[in-house]
Structure formats: structure tokens, C-alpha cells
Design a protein around this ligand. Sequence first.
Ligand code: NAD
Length: 245
Amino acid sequence: MSRTAIITGSSRGIGAQIALRLAQDGFNIALNDLNETMFENNDIAAQCRACKVEAEIFCADVSKYEACEELVKAVKERFGTIDVLVNNAGITRDGLTARMTEEQYDLVISVNQKSVFNLMKLAGNVMMRQKYGKIINVASVAGLYGNPGQINYAASKAAVIAMTKTVAKELGSRNINVNAIAPGFIETPMTDKLTPEQKAKMLEVIAMRRYGKVSEISGAVSFLASEDSSYITGQTLEISGGLAM
Ligand code: NAD
């Protein structure tokens, strides 16, 4: 039987590319995003199916625990197993700490951090019964080094790194690998929002003097979802073109 991967927030950007790469690797794909309209202007499900695997869209707001319960149940019913979980859904609501609202803070924490708890718990329970699983959490360099204007985002991503280590320790004996990646500046709709000045400033501190491509993230996720990484757990792989060393 083919293995199954859930990728949250996979209608576009990094998540869509991860879904396509895992489809190329032979996984059946459970796509997820907030609603159907997110998938209207792309053919990501069709692109996955073209890799001769099954692909289905499961809409859910992963910041909500109950929605995640339904998501995990539906994916398990449809595909039989949940072998890979990629917690990719994420948002930004930037602002300097002095001006950030409570709503901005709480929303980013609930989407970027709580969702990772929800699904590591719920899909993790399925994986424990299977005695097999790979969990890959998408953190950020902001969670490693901090970033002005992103107290909410940096906090959420630092938490994801700590949660990765915690659950790696809890689930290691069950043959479940739990790792994180920390992308730097990757060209996606999320980073399109930055001003030209902000983008130029970032380039100065990147050793490779260029931004990353989504395919440079999905390759690392493919490795962490594969048997080649079977003795790697609790780690955070920075993919940033040498942002900080
Ligand atoms: P993106 O905005 O293009 O994609 C994120 C997707 O997540 C969107 O499709 C969005 O609708 C979805 N999403 C948001 N809230 C959701 C929710 N509650 N439930 C389900 N889906 C939801 O962003 P991206 O750049 O592709 O980012 C993907 C991940 O990579 C995020 O976790 C982000 O923090 C992280 N990241 C991105 C960069 C970068 O430079 N682009 C750098 C570091 C980390």
C-alpha cells in the first residue's frame, strides 16, 4: 500500500511545492488549506495526480482543534494511513512590538503554533498505532534569531522548534521521526508582501546573495520524509543560503 502525506496550507507557495515533490516521491497526497477557493486558481491536485498517486483536498482551519480532528479522521478514512505530516500552514501579521495589537499577536500564535500542537497530537496518535511516521514542521530563521517587527511570528516559530524537540523525545521509541526546517527568505506570496527596501536589506546578509526557491525547501522535506533520514530526529535544518553561521 502507498504511504500518505498530509501537507497543511498546501494550495500555494512552499506547501504546494512540498505536495508536488512528495507526490513525485510516490506518496498519496492530502492537500489542505482554509477553503476550496484557495485551490480554484491552481491545478496542484491535478499535478499531484499526474505523478500517478492519489490526491485529495481537505479544507480545514488547522488553528482549530475540532477542525483538525475532522481532518485527521477524513484523511485516515480516505487513505488508510497517515505516514507523513508536514505542518506548513503559516501566516504573518507584522508590526513593531510597541504597535502590535493583541489580535495580531494571538492570531499568528494560533495559526503557526497551536496548529502544530493540534496535528502533532492527532496525527501523532495515528502514527503511534502504526508504529511509523515522519513529522516535519516548517519553522523559520525568525524563530532561531528573532526579527524586528515579528515578535508574534518569531515566538510562534521558536515554539515550533521546541515542540519539535519535545515530541521527538516522546515519539522516538515508536519509530516516529520529528524534525523541523527553518527556511530563510524564500520567494512566495508571503514574502511578495515585503517592500523592495526590505528585500534589498535581506540580500546583504545572505551568504549566497540570492533568495531561496520553493524547490530548495521541498527537496529537504523529501529527504526528511524518506528512509534516508531514519536516524535523524529532533533536529532543525536551516535552509537560508547562509543567513547566519
Ligand atoms: P503562503 O502564504 O504562500 O502559504 C501559506 C498557506 O497557508 C496559504 O495557502 C494559507 O492560506 C495557508 N493557511 C494560512 N492559515 C491557515 C489555516 N489556519 N489553516 C490552513 N491553512 C492555512 O506562505 P509560504 O511562504 O508558502 O509559507 C509556508 C510556510 O513556510 C509558513 O509556515 C511560513 O511561516 C514558512 N516560512 C516561509 C518563509 C518564506 O520566506 N516564504 C520563510 C520561513 C518560513
